[in-house]
Design a protein around this ligand. Structure first.
Ligand code: GDP
Length: 454
């Protein structure tokens, strides 16, 4: 199996902050120093797949690993913070692109005006990076949907990359806004406009919901007033977990396309929820070794999803990825028993829809751990939540002038709204669908055709 390369773009404040946590986690998991060098302690298994996310640069007799990443924002501040952070020297100086004026929490500025001016420069760097890779498997976009840059410029970049690299995978890690975390009133506008883009142009979107992240930090991890660092470290664990099989030897989902083939039964329904286990404070975790049964129960608990949804949905597909010392047999038996016991939570028309994978490398803070990826119909609740706030404002055309001021038309809002309503209906339809429904319809259709033929 050939290693495939992946390229990361991140846009906006959340995108860059989330990415920083992600790279910090990767450095630890792969035994690299903050500026990207291996140490005598770095093991072969840690080095083996480094080229998935890093370029290997030999200089002065030493080998340095440089993230294949482009850091973008419409204002300079986030870039400065990243450059001066503890991993600031990790990135190539050419990987930073920033505007001056900011996106003012306005999708229109990110997509049509300020962002559009910057997008060619970003594409040039992306193209150059892509040419340097052995075998580009795809792109990973880290962004939030609530602001202007991540939602607007992020999705503009996504659609341009899709045009230019139509056969490469596009995965996004998208932070969903929550009024509990941010009080900017126009966030539902930006989020719905961005979701509209994601439906069409992304292959895999991991939904990272600030509302759930905040609740888990507060209630489960017992942090009194969680800040973005707390939310981002949970996100980073999920991102690292999801990419474990790309970065370490393992049997399943060893590239993004395989993951998509397994997880996405219908092209529009590519919005995935994640969970990580064990969920306990870092201090406790280092004393813990959680067994396969405990990890499984925790991963399948809707309360632990990094998306605020109820327990009523059904899994179309799911993947449970385990790390640390444990047996594959134990994993498979546990999943089978779980599925048998909770059969009503899984659609019956996709047999074997829970995939399992095991990687012997332990996660950072615990001996054993797990990551869960779910394509569940309950993800529609996130769309419904954002849509409700969006449509309440749109009815009165509140704040619309900020967007029309950037050249946007009201039509774009109504189109985005109806695309999202369709998506919600599609999820609902598959939640209700039984194994027999379609079959019966087809059966009767066939009967009718036969009768006509006679
Ligand atoms: P942009 O730079 O214009 O894309 O704007 P932001 O990324 O700041 O978007 C604002 C939204 O992102 C709000 O919903 C914030 O709550 C959220 N956000 C901003 N920074 C972070 C972060 O570091 N982590 C998380 N999880 N959310 C963030």
């Amino acid at each position: 199996i050939r290693d495939a390369d992946e390229q990361i773009c991140r846009a906006g404040q959340a995108g860059n902050q989330v990415s920083r946590s992600f790279w910090e986690t990767l450095l630890i998991e792969h035994g690299l120093t903050d500026d990207g060098y291996v140490t005598p302690d770095t093991s072969d298994i840690q080095k083996e797949h480094l080229n998935v996310y890093f370029n290997e640069i030999s200089y002065d007799g030493k080998t340095r690993y440089v993230p294949r990443s482009i850091n973008v924002d419409l204002e300079p501040n986030t870039m400065e913070v990243l450059k001066h952070s503890k991993i600031g020297d990790l990135f190539s100086p050419n990987s930073f692109v920033n505007g001056q004026s900011g996106a003012g929490n306005n999708f229109g500025k990110g997509y049509y005006t300020e962002g559009a001016e910057l997008v060619d420069q970003i594409l040039d760097i992306t193209r150059r990076e892509a040419e340097n890779t052995d075998c580009l498997q795809g792109f990973q976009l880290n962004h939030s949907l609530g602001g202007g840059t991540g939602s607007g410029l992020g999705t503009l970049l996504m659609s341009k990359l899709r045009e230019e690299f139509p056969d490469r995978m596009m995965a996004t890690f998208s932070v969903i806004p929550s009024p509990k975390v941010s009080d900017t009133v126009v966030e539902p506008y930006n989020a719905v406009l961005a979701m509209n883009q994601l439906v069409e142009n992304s292959d895999l979107t991991f939904m990272l919901d600030n509302e759930a992240l905040y609740r888990i930090c507060q209630n489960t991890l017992k942090k009194d007033s969680p800040n973005y660092d707390s939310l981002n470290s949970l996100i980073a664990r999920a991102m690292a977990g999801v990419s474990t099989s790309l970065r370490f030897p393992s049997q399943l989902n060893s590239d993004l396309r395989k993951l998509a083939v397994n997880m996405i039964p219908f092209p529009r329904l590519h919005f995935l929820c994640t969970a990580v286990a064990p969920l306990s404070s870092v201090r406790n975790r280092s004393y813990q070794s959680t067994n396969v049964q405990e990890l499984t129960a925790s991963l399948f608990d809707a309360n632990n999803l990094l998306a605020q949804v109820g327990a009523g949905g059904r899994y179309m597909t799911a993947a449970a990825l385990y790390q640390g010392p444990m047996g594959m047999r134990d994993i498979e038996d546990t999943i089978m028993a779980f599925q048998a016991k909770h059969a009503d939570q899984f659609v019956e028309w996709i047999p074997h829809n829970v995939l399992t994978s095991h990687c012997s490398v332990s996660p950072i803070d615990s001996k054993t751990g797990g990551t869960f990826i779910a394509n569940t119909t309950s993800v529609q609740e996130l769309f419904t939540r954002n849509h409700a706030m969006f449509s309440a404002m749109l009815k009165r055309r509140a704040y619309l002038h900020w967007y029309t001021g950037e050249g946007m038309d009201e039509m774009e809002f109504t189109e985005a709204e109806s695309n999202l309503q369709d998506l919600i209906a599609e999820y609902q339809q598959y939640e209700n669908a039984g194994a027999e429904d379609e079959y019966e319809e087809e059966y009767y259709e066939e009967e009718e055709v036969k009768e006509e033929e006679f």
